[in-house]
Design a protein around this ligand. Structure first.
Ligand code: ATP
Ligand code: MG
Length: 307
């Protein structure tokens, strides 16, 4: 059996003259949690819509669950679940009516549907009456019921497009517990997010920019590749003027020196520069060596490719 859940080669999606997706290639392994990151308009949702069979590519080859769309679109659709970025439940219908509707779209048999619904409500620990109106659920619970709807037909591959946008930190963390459980059951999870703590939890991450993939690796791999030299954190001992900070930032031992909250993160050019930095900066800052965060990595990658 093919070990790849998703295979994309040279995919482009054009709207008129505009390339929303511009020649991307990547694969996702079965059972992998694959993160898709990028600024607004980078092309993430467009890519997902192609992978779910909702949009035809302008160019390129796509296969999902080992089947090419050209061969059997219906068979592919049966393998994928999709929680779209825009809200997927009807607010003025009850939870039960929403799921009934999804089941009817999927042409599920009644007994199978009722069994699955029960399993999924256990999975998300849903403890409200089935006749609760969706509009009366909290944001976090709505997202979980949306997830249940996307999982109803037991898909192998689940596409989650910003599933945790706009919910509380506690709900985000709960949602990621569910994602981890899906991964344990060998489901492939393809998820977009703007949150770095969520990206850290993915097996691999693709970073998109203007329709292209500009980096793709595990979180650790990205960090190692972006920062082969030491990363330092500078915590100011007192208040510093903008002019002072700019002068520090221009020092030629640094690859970069960027604000990070009230502190600064910097990468130095080599191990040898460490002494120079300590001698020159300890008067103004407490300095410690740190592991780069994913945010550091993305700033580095995006700035490295800018212009
Ligand atoms: N049907 C369409 N017609 C024309 N342009 C479109 C269409 N759908 C998307 N686009 C454009 O394609 C680009 C990529 O959009 P897409 O929704 O894929 O981005 P995204 O990475 O999901 O962004 P976000 O983080 O805001 O969700 C955007 O510039 C968008 O305006
Ligand atoms: Mg989007």
């Amino acid at each position: 059996m093919n070990d790849l859940a998703v295979e994309v080669k040279g995919l482009s999606v054009r709207f008129g003259d505009f390339y929303a997706v511009n020649g991307i290639s990547f694969t996702v392994r079965r059972g992998e949690t694959f993160g898709f990151l990028g600024a607004n308009g980078a092309g993430k949702t467009t890519t997902i819509r192609v992978l779910c069979g909702l949009l035809r590519p302008s160019e390129g080859l796509v296969s999902v669950g080992g089947i090419s769309f050209d061969h059997n679109e219906q068979a592919v659709k049966a393998k994928v679940g999709y929680m779209s970025q825009k809200f997927t439940l009807y607010n003025d219908m009850t939870v039960e009516e929403n799921l009934n509707f999804t089941a009817s779209l999927r042409k599920m048999e009644k007994a199978t549907y009722e069994q699955r619904r029960k399993e999924l409500f256990d999975f998300i620990s849903f403890d409200k009456p089935l006749n609760t109106l969706v509009r009366d659920l909290s944001g976090g619970t709505k997202q979980q019921v949306s997830l249940a709807a996307a999982l109803l037909h037991d898909p192998e591959i689940i596409f989650l497009d910003e599933p945790t946008a706009g919910v509380t930190p506690a709900s985000r963390s709960r949602f990621w517990q569910l994602i981890r459980q899906l991964a344990k059951r060998n489901k492939t999870v393809f998820v977009t997010t703007h949150y770095m703590d969520e990206a850290e939890q993915c097996d691999r991450i693709a970073l998109m920019r203007e329709g292209r993939i500009i980096a793709l690796d595990s979180p650790e791999g990205l960090k190692t590749a972006a920062f082969s030299t030491p990363m330092l954190e500078f915590d100011p001992r007192g208040s510093l003027s903008f002019a002072e900070v700019s002068a520090f930032a221009r020092h030629d031992v640094f690859l970069f020196f960027e604000p990070y909250g009230l502190r600064f993160h910097a990468a130095i050019k080599s191990e040898d520069a460490w002494e120079t930095v300590r001698n020159g900066f300890e008067k103004n800052f407490t300095i410690k060596r740190i592991k780069p965060s994913l945010e550091d990595v993305f700033i580095q990658i995006v700035e490295g490719k800018a212009g």
